[in-house]
Design a protein around this ligand. Structure first.
Ligand SMILES: Cc1cc2nc3c(=O)[nH]c(=O)nc-3n(C[C@H](O)[C@H](O)[C@H](O)COP(=O)(O)O)c2cc1C
Length: 216
């Protein structure tokens, strides 16, 4: 029986584990679209949305993707794998559309006029490494939104960075300006879930006001 009530976000965050194995059942496209939409609603620098997502669902294509991912079985078993990419040329192709949408939503004309110049001025100055860092930030926010939406919809997920970039690029016929950043495998858990690996105490990773001071 389908579960219609979404899981509360706090519960989804608490219960999420990196799924070791999926049952491979196909996913209804309405769920997939809801998950993707959660990603597309994410914030991004200048609202430039430089993420691109390739959704792989066909068993043959999942098998090929598995071969490009160090043969990790869960890539082949998932209901779908979303290959999250960053587009280095996105700011060139999408600036007009970003401004059009912004104006439609109430962006001030003065801001739009300034952004038309400042966005290309800022991003065209990035070298390859800086662009890769910038894209990673943007893509992973959208990626995380999708992961959590999937968990709220009672799916299980696995995040993967274990893949060969060149092989993924070739398998998916990605344009040269795309860099695959991470894979999001979604489906339903098969067998036992992963153990909880624990998390560092807050005192180890969180400071208050400045480095080294405990949070009050
Ligand atoms: C960016 C990123 C990349 C990861 N890549 C892989 C991977 O390629 N294969 C894998 O089995 N797990 C991968 N993981 C899962 C981590 O090992 C896992 O999140 C961590 O051990 C904590 O376990 P938990 O997610 O179950 O809490 C990745 C996680 C992240 C966030």
């Amino acid at each position: 029986m389908p579960i219609s009530t979404p899981k509360p976000l706090s519960q989804a965050i608490r219960e999420r584990r990196s799924t070791p194995s999926f049952d491979g059942e196909p996913m209804p496209s309405s769920d997939l679209r809801q998950i993707l939409d959660a990603g597309l609603q994410a914030p991004s620098g200048y609202n430039m949305q430089p993420w691109r997502f390739i959704v792989v669902q066909q068993p043959d294509n999942l098998r090929k993707l598995r071969s490009a991912s160090y043969n990790q079985a869960k890539v082949g078993e998932a209901s779908c794998v979303i290959v999250a990419c960053g587009d280095r040329d996105g700011w060139r192709t999408d600036l007009d559309e970003m401004l059009r949408l912004g104006r439609e939503g109430g962006m001030a004309e003065s801001y739009a006029a300034a952004a038309e110049k400042s966005v290309p001025a800022y991003l065209s100055g990035f070298d390859e490494e800086k662009m890769a860092c910038w894209l990673n930030k943007q893509v992973m926010i959208a990626f995380t939104s999708m992961m959590l939406m999937a968990e709220c919809l009672h799916y299980d997920t696995a995040v993967l960075e274990g893949f060969e970039q060149a092989k993924v690029t070739e398998t998916l016929r990605l344009p040269l300006s795309y860099t695959p950043v991470a894979l999001l495998a979604i489906g339903h858990l098969q067998g036992a879930d992963k153990f909880y690996g624990g998390r560092f105490a807050m005192s180890r990773t969180v400071y208050g006001e400045e480095y080294g001071k405990p949070l009050r």
